[in-house]
Design a protein around this ligand. Structure first.
Ligand code: GLV
Ligand code: GLV
Length: 326
């Protein structure tokens, strides 16, 4: 039996898979584990199941010890993991792609509708008991039909978002270092453009790329900065369901205040769970507390996939979805 540590509550189905074969410790509290407790808990673990709130770096790997074989992240994004540090020590790291694709695209689409149709703003009017009345010109938004969506990052979630947009009558353009899967591009009539053209053309810019730190190949940190926002149409909307630091939040606040863009829908923030004060004061931005993959079904599937990944490595087999090249 190997020692498996789960650094926070995950759906029981994932825990059960691990418990069937190994000695499992779960930090079973509603709030996130503190760094100190986490480093103590993982000492001597052969496998650690992590959430995106845990930073897996040299300090973490040292605290676990040399016997550690696998870090199974219960998230598709793995910017919390120092992949090179894992590889150097022969630790396999895994993530949970595919199982959350449709749910995360639903969230991005929801943000787009809420922002363009002013649904968040409308809800706030009623809840604040502000008097209102139906009116021909009351709270008009932007229709999506015949508008252009610009998908930044045409991976699985980007494609799933594009499918939804096409079903709502939108034209699809995208930017990515690689071509979109040919079958998806044909089905969507998606045109690949460079970032500048996408920013200048799209009525909605929706982010679906990973967060890659500044200085690394293909860096996406502050990809949407003041200059990028200035290139967007004043009538355009920004949707971020990927990772907060892809957007320069201070620059976004300025752009929204000055009317450089029409609005934004955000599920992620630069310094979660802190949200920029400037955003809280603006009516033309919709804010969600990182609900991208938050359905019962999807979180269960993510926990099960992470568990299968950890079990595979502990058995000496290849995991389904590694992010390390070992
Ligand atoms: C959630 O943000 C994830 O990366 O799965
Ligand atoms: C609006 O409520 C309409 O009936 O057009």
């Amino acid at each position: 039996m190997a020692k498996v540590v789960i650094t926070n509550r995950i759906p029981a189905e994932g825990v059960a898979l691990l418990e069937a074969e190994h000695d499992v410790t779960v930090w079973d509290e509603a709030e996130c584990i503190s760094r100190e407790t986490c480093l103590e808990l993982i000492a001597g673990a052969d496998a650690v199941v992590t959430l995106l709130t845990e930073k897996v770096d040299d300090e973490f790997l040292d605290a676990a010890g040399d016997q550690l074989k696998v870090v199974a992240n219960v998230a598709v994004g793995y910017n919390n993991i120092d992949v090179a540090a894992c590889e150097k020590r022969g630790v396999v790291a895994t993530n949970t792609p595919k199982v959350l694709t449709e749910t995360t695209a639903d969230t991005a689409f929801g943000l787009m509708l809420m922002a363009t149709r002013r649904f968040g703003e409308g809800e706030r009017v009623i809840r604040s008991r502000t008097p209102w009345q139906w009116g021909m010109f009351y709270m008009l938004g932007m229709g999506l039909q015949d508008k252009t969506i610009g998908i930044v990052g045409a991976g699985q979630i980007g494609i799933a978002m594009a499918r939804r947009a096409k079903a709502f009558g939108m034209d699809v353009i995208y930017t990515d270092a690689r071509e979109m899967e040919a079958s998806a591009a044909a089905e969507l009539g998606a045109k690949r453009v460079d970032m500048d053209e996408l920013l200048a053309t799209a009525d909605v810019v929706s982010l679906h790329c990973p967060l890659i730190p500044a200085g690394q190949d293909g860096a996406t940190h502050h990809l949407i900065d003041a200059a990028a926002l200035a290139r967007m149409k004043p009538t355009a909307y920004l949707v971020n369901s990927a990772r907060g630091p892809i957007v320069d939040e201070a620059a976004l606040v300025e752009a929204l205040k000055k009317g450089e863009i029409a609005g934004a829908g955000l599920d992620v923030f630069e310094d979660e769970p802190t949200v920029h004060e400037g955003l809280l004061d603006l009516d033309n931005v919709v804010l969600l507390p990182h609900l991208g993959s938050a359905t019962v079904e999807t979180r269960t599937a993510m926990a099960e996939l992470a568990a299968r990944n950890a079990l595979a490595v502990l058995r000496g087999e290849a995991p389904e979805t590694p992010v390390t090249s070992i």
